[in-house]
Design a protein around this ligand. Sequence first.
Ligand code: SF4
Length: 478
Amino acid sequence: MENKIIDESKQGEVLVMDVLTSSASKNGKKLFLESYGCQMNFADSEIVASILMKEGFSTTSNAEEADLIFMNTCAIRDNAENRVRQRLQDYKKIKRSKPELLIGVLGCMAERLKSQLLEEEKLVDIVVGPDAYRDLPNLITQAETGQQAINVILSKEETYADIAPVRLDKNGVSAFVSIMRGCDNMCSFCVVPFTRGRERSRDPKSIVKECQDAFEAGYREVTLLGQNVDSYLYSGGGLKKEILTDEQKANSVNFAQLMKMVALINTDLRVRFSTSHPKDMTDDVIEVMAKYENICNNIHLPVQSGSSKVLEMMNRGYTREWYLDRIAAIRRIIPGCGISTDTISGFCGETEEDHQETISLMNQVKYDFAFMFMYSERPKTLAERKYKDDVPEVIKQKRLAEIVALQRQHSEYHTRKQVGNITKVLIEGFSKKSEEMLMGRNSQNSVVVFPKGNYKRGEYVNVLVTSSTSSTLIGEVV
Ligand code: SF4
């Protein structure tokens, strides 16, 4: 996901969650919550905070003073899980001085490993999968009696639609709103279908209400989240889209319609979304983006590989030609739309020719931004069962380095092209480098920094871009 702030799978930071407005603890207990991985996990941590604050917990950003430490984890790659295991070692010291401290592992690593995690990590008291957060109060009570507590049951219905998340972001401007859970695609390299279960779409009324509440609370941007937002389809009866009649489909709400409903909340509320899937992205989604100014002109469209042979082995469900047709549709309907992607280097059986097809596709598309990885074999995935992880590590690294270098050129090409333009920016806060400068993003999701003047977070300003780096536009308000 394009937001590099929190994405563990994108080598990002780990985010310590502390409620913007810390509340007094009703049960005198404090929760320290760390979130790893993608934005979906971040949004889930806000649900966890909401459930526990109802139980009287308050949050703290200091692990030493916590009564309960929760790590909401990612399982997308080996290193994501290794980081959690390392972090557990840090907590060993705290637990030694505070034996009543409870430690819980939540999220995808918990779901992937289940009770094995309790056997391997004696420090861990509670293990909870992404669909079992409602059971947290009960599991905590269980663990407080000294028993190990676990719930990793995946659900076909759970969307937490009735739970208002407690916002844990740092800027109070941009909020994540999950619109669906799980994934029905079985990309051969991916663990998500095993850790997040079958796909289910959330009631659009509860999504619109959450966005409305966010706007009234001062947020000026929402990012609609799903593993594959293009297959969002709410039919009311929880019926699977495969068995819906045409009439039921006609009465259902699809992603394009949902985006329109959210865009109509207020023209000052920007709408972003992630993640799209090339095989399901339709023109009507792109047309709704073009019609509403407050739906941002930015699409994250993971390609993974430029070789149709490799795409077939990845079970991605589209070919190089189909993908390029989707890119052409975006460029035709929204000229200047920001496009980002994900790529995997060194997938099973990838030849130098296949790699060159990824390079040539990147040259053809020229992405604004990309998240680029080496293939990391994951247990129990289709690829692990069917294919040999036969591309040597040194070749994977060489190919990844070539792709990273090429993407840097393309990112620079796009930011340089914006010099001299005036672009509308939503202010998110101070720039990382100086408190004299403010930062925000434009509709294409480019980061823009400019002198702070008397402007404030959450305001929209027009910025004349005067210079650029490969990742940032620099300018002044006009
Ligand atoms: S679409 Fe593919 S890569 Fe994305 S979450 Fe689903 S299975 Fe994983």
